[in-house]
Design a binder for this molecule. Sequence first.
Ligand code: PLP
Length: 362
Amino acid sequence: MYHFCKNIEAISAYKPGKPVKEVERELGIKNSIKLASNENAWGFSPKSKAAMEEAIRNANIYPDGASFYLRRKISEFHNIPIDNIVVGNGSNEVLAVILRTILREGTNVVSSQHAFPVYKIMTQSCCAKFTAVPAQNYRFDVYSMMKACDENTAIIMIDNPNNPTGTYLPYNQMMDILNFAEKNKILFIADEAYIEYVRAADYKTMMNVFDKYENLVITRTFSKAYGLCGLRLGYGIGNKEIIGLAHKVRDPFNVNIIAQYAGEAALEDQDFVKRVVKNTHDGIDYLYSELKKIGLNYIETQGNFILVEVPGSGKEFFDKLLRYGIIVRPVGEDLHKHIRLTVGTMEQNKKAIDAIKEVIKG
Ligand SMILES: Cc1ncc(COP(=O)(O)O)c(C=O)c1O
């Protein structure tokens, strides 16, 4: 009856966790701790709060459709021209718009096993095929990814660092696959959602080469280190042609007025970001040492979360932790022996470790 694409029919929808209040009601618990969505336990900058309060007064008017002041602030922050920037309702929307701009039926996207699961959904939504190349020891294998490309490959997508594994690719490997993509006229998307947390010495942002490659788009988000995920705000940087097309394809008023004001103020408060990152690193170091004592394997992370291998299945362990009021993420797919634990405040981390110990005791 209807004409729709087979790839859309095949989508398995993204499964967000239940609202915390609902989980508490079902289990009869209170004061649970949610360490499930890689949110920022320290909130957001007071400067963003003040900007939001000002923006609320203007909520009866449409936001600036071009997000001019926010884009100007981003352009000053990165020292790049404003025409190379598109902002979106979360970096998710930026990614979706870029994919919508490029993909059509018959094309494909090459990414990796364990990549951010939304990539597959976005690709299928554009009627295109998603190829997840097997990872090596949880890391993307860029050389196998190159081999997996064919004449219909339109985009290579890499989130670096990667969610949910926390692994990363060193700069030389990113450059190898970027050069391959350029030679083969493939768009290369580098999703840098967790960049603020990276400690690996051989990691570098692709912003270093943004103006040297016409096939490169970099995405960033205000959701993680800036703590503004509830507002939905992210941006993409690339050459003027592709960014110009994205501006044509995106919704006319895609970023709301509160997010525009808050994002501008957030960039002005880098001290806040530094504090968040320091607290997160302290939390990671604490969790590593406690997990080692407990005897659980984990993957070293460059993000604000840790993938932990648990006894039994991740789903069972998740259910057991719930009873102690700790909400984590059972990753599922082919990481069914793992849970993903977002780094919280030290108090939250300690409670999570206590609960993990209790679950293991049985
Ligand atoms: C790797 C990665 N990319 C992109 C996003 C999307 O972030 P947002 O749409 O909140 O900017 C996320 C969110 O968790 C992520 O983990």
